[in-house]
Unconditional design. Structure first.
Length: 239
């Protein structure tokens, strides 16, 4: 727990190109698209960086999902409409050279590297009210809603819990509206990894957090740069 308490400080200091972008999913043009971006701006990316995708029905049963890898993005294609959807994105190994530039390589390929990290990003989307959350062990950092987020409503507080490697993470600073105000912190987790975040939008809400976690005994990296988001609609969608 003591190690996790210091993560928030490290996360704020880690503001390089490695962790400057977040991950979430949006429904666009009739597709569920993986979004890699910062606030309202999203960028093209190599689709093979999507390292995993998991879809579930309202009872928590897994639904087969495929990743459509396009030239500059990725779409998720579950067999049927999911209640819950999770995504993992591996942005690779990054090292800071002696002249303070970041390159997409591990320590062994960068002589004299000052800092080395692996950038991992995760997203959890809740689509259906009353959905039962499955085990989310595949998400090394996850923001777990402690009540159904689709029933809270804009202007109300949503209780959440942040887990890193399955354990509660204290002192994690949460961004309440990553899509519209990605640099505005809303709150931070207590000693049990819990916090209450204001639901800001009637439409898509993207709650996010990022942190740098020390790694021991790895020849290639010193840290893991973790990002995680929780997305849901603030109010039910009506045609």
């Amino acid at each position: 727990m003591q190690a996790l308490k210091s993560l928030a400080v490290l996360g704020l200091l880690f503001a390089t190109q490695v962790s400057a972008h977040g991950l979430w999913t949006e429904q666009r043009r009739g597709h569920i698209e993986v979004v890699y971006g910062h606030g309202a701006e999203d960028e093209a990316f190599k689709a093979n960086k999507v390292s995993g995708a998991w879809a579930y029905d309202a009872s928590g049963r897994m639904i087969p999902v495929t990743v459509q890898r396009l030239n500059d993005q990725a779409r998720l294609q579950p067999l049927k409409s999911p209640a819950v959807l999770a995504v993992a994105f591996d942005n690779g190994l990054w090292s800071q050279t002696p002249d303070k530039k970041w390159v997409n390589q591990g320590r062994s390929q960068v002589p004299g590297a000052i800092e080395t990290t692996q950038a991992l990003k995760y997203s959890l989307a809740i689509y259906q009210a009353g959905a039962k959350l499955p085990s989310l062990d595949q998400l090394k950092m996850v923001i777990v809603p402690e009540v159904d987020p689709l029933t809270v409503g804009p202007g109300k507080l949503l209780p959440v819990r942040v887990l890193i490697d399955g354990k509660p993470a204290a002192g994690i600073k949460l961004i309440g509206d990553y899509r519209s105000a990605p640099n505005t912190l809303s709150t931070e987790t207590d000693q049990d990894g819990r916090a209450q975040v204001l639901v800001r939008n009637e439409a898509l809400n993207v709650i996010a957090a990022q942190v740098e976690v020390p790694v021991k005994g790895d020849s290639e990296i010193q840290t893991r740069a973790l990002f995680s988001s929780l997305t849901f609609l603030g109010q039910p969608h009506h045609e």
